[in-house]
Design a binder for this molecule. Structure first.
Ligand code: NDP
Ligand code: OXD
Length: 309
C-alpha cells in the first residue's frame, strides 16, 4: 500500500528519505508518478489538483502538508467520508512564533523609524513605550496563535486574542465572536493575523477593520493572503491610519512583480516562509496518524469540513 505526495517544492525526495526511516514498509510516491491508483491509501498534499483526491478509490486519509487546509477545501470534488488532517507540528509552531515575535519587536522598538533615520544620517531618539503599555492583538488563538500570544505575554506585552469560541489563556484577554471584533481591533496597536482562511475570515482585514484600530497601528499577516484587502491597506498607509505591515502571505502568490507592496516603504514582504514545513519533525505527525489508522483508530487533528479549519 502506498502514500502519494503532491508538493509544490523540491522537498519530495527529502520526505521520501524521512518516511523510509520512519515507516519503511510504506511505498512513497510523488505526484504525478501515481502508479496504480488503487494502491494509494494516503495522500500528503499541498494544493492538490482538483479531482485528484476523488480519483483515488482506496484513500483512507488526506494529510495537509501545512497547518492550513484551505488549499484542500479549494477542490470542489473532494471524496466524501475521507478525513482531512491538518499538520500540527511543534517545529512549525515555533517558526511561526519566531516570525510574529520578530516583527512585533521590530514595530514596538521602532526599527523601521530608526532605519529611515539611518538612511538620512539622523541621530534622534524616538518616543518608546514599555511593553506593558503596548497592546497586541492576535487573531486566532489556536495551535499557532495560542503559542504566539503566550510568547508575547512572556515579553510583558498587553495581549488580547480574537477567536470564534471563548478561549482561556493566562495573561491573554479573550474577545470571542464577530460582535466582539470591533472592540478587539480598537485596542490593538499591533495586530497579528494567524487565522485559517474560511468563508468567515476572507477579506477580514479591510478598510473597516483598519479604521477601527488605533491611529498609527501595525499589521502582521501570517494567516492567508485572502484575509487582507491589499488595496485597503495601501489606502490606510496613505491616510496614516496604518503605519506599517509585515506580510508573509498574499492574495496572489508569488506576489506579482508589479505589486506596489514590493516597494512600499511601510511594508516588509516575505515569500510565505513564516514557517516552512520541515520533514524531519512533520513526518512524525503523519506517521503517527498512519499507525493509528492501521490500528483501527481515528487520526488526530482531523478538521471540521463545516467550519473549514
Ligand atoms: P487552529 O485551527 O489551531 O486555530 C485557528 C484559530 O482561529 C482558532 O483559535 C479559531 O477559533 C480561530 N478562528 C477560526 N475562524 C474564526 C472566526 N471566524 N472568527 C474568529 N476566530 C476564528 O489553526 P493553526 O493555529 O494551526 O493555524 C492557523 C493558520 O495559520 C492556518 O490555517 C494557516 O492559514 C496559517 N499558517 C500560515 C503559515 C505561514 O507560513 N504563513 C504556516 C502555518 C499556518 P476557535 O479557537 O474558537 O476555534
Ligand atoms: C501552512 C503554511 O499552512 O505553510 O502550514 O502556510
Amino acid at each position: 500500500m502506498a502514500l502519494l505526495m503532491k508538493t509544490d517544492t523540491d522537498r519530495g525526495p527529502w520526505w521520501r528519505a524521512e518516511f523510509a526511516k520512519t515507516l519503511p514498509d510504506l511505498e512513497f510516491r510523488i505526484y504525478p508518478a501515481t502508479g496504480k491508483i488503487e494502491e494509494i491509501e494516503y495522500a500528503l498534499v499541498w494544493k492538490p489538483p482538483h479531482g485528484l483526491l476523488k480519483s483515488l478509490p482506496s484513500l483512507r486519509a488526506i494529510f495537509s502538508l501545512g497547518a492550513g487546509v484551505d488549499h484542500v477545501f479549494a477542490d470542489p470534488q473532494l471524496p466524501e467520508g475521507v478525513p482531512i488532517v491538518r499538520l500540527v507540528d511543534p517545529q512549525l509552531t515555533r517558526q511561526m512564533t519566531e516570525y510574529a515575535v520578530l516583527h512585533t519587536l521590530r514595530f514596538h522598538r521602532q526599527a523601521p523609524g530608526y532605519e529611515a533615520q539611518q538612511r538620512e544620517r539622523v541621530w534622534r531618539e524616538l518616543p518608546q513605550k514599555q511593553t506593558a503599555e503596548r497592546r497586541i492583538g492576535v487573531m486566532g488563538l489556536g495551535e499557532i496563535g495560542g503559542a504566539v500570544a503566550r510568547a508575547l505575554v512572556g515579553f510583558g506585552f498587553e495581549v488580547a486574542g480574537w477567536t470564534r469560541s471563548p478561549k482561556a489563556i493566562d495573561g491573554v484577554e479573550n474577545f470571542a465572536g464577530r460582535d466582539r471584533l470591533q472592540a478587539f481591533l480598537a485596542r490593538s496597536e499591533i495586530l497579528i493575523c494567524v487565522l485559517p482562511l474560511t468563508s468567515d475570515t476572507i477579506d477580514i482585514l479591510d478598510a473597516r477593520a483598519f479604521a477601527a484600530m488605533p491611529r498609527g497601528a501595525f499589521v502582521i499577516n501570517i494567516g492567508r493572503g485572502r484575509q487582507l484587502v491589499e488595496t485597503d491597506l495601501l489606502a490606510a498607509f496613505m491616510s496614516g491610519q496604518i503605519a506599517g505591515a509585515a506580510l508573509d502571505v498574499f492574495r496572489t502568490e508569488p506576489l506579482p512583480a508589479d505589486s506596489p507592496l514590493w516597494s512600499h516603504p511601510a511594508v516588509t514582504v516575505t515569500p510565505h516562509v513564516a514557517a516552512m514545513t520541515d520533514p524531519r519533525s512533520a513526518v512524525q505527525q503523519v506517521a503517527d496518524n498512519i499507525r493509528r489508522i492501521r490500528a483501527g483508530q481515528k487520526p488526530i487533528n482531523i478538521v471540521d469540513p463545516r467550519a473549514g479549519y
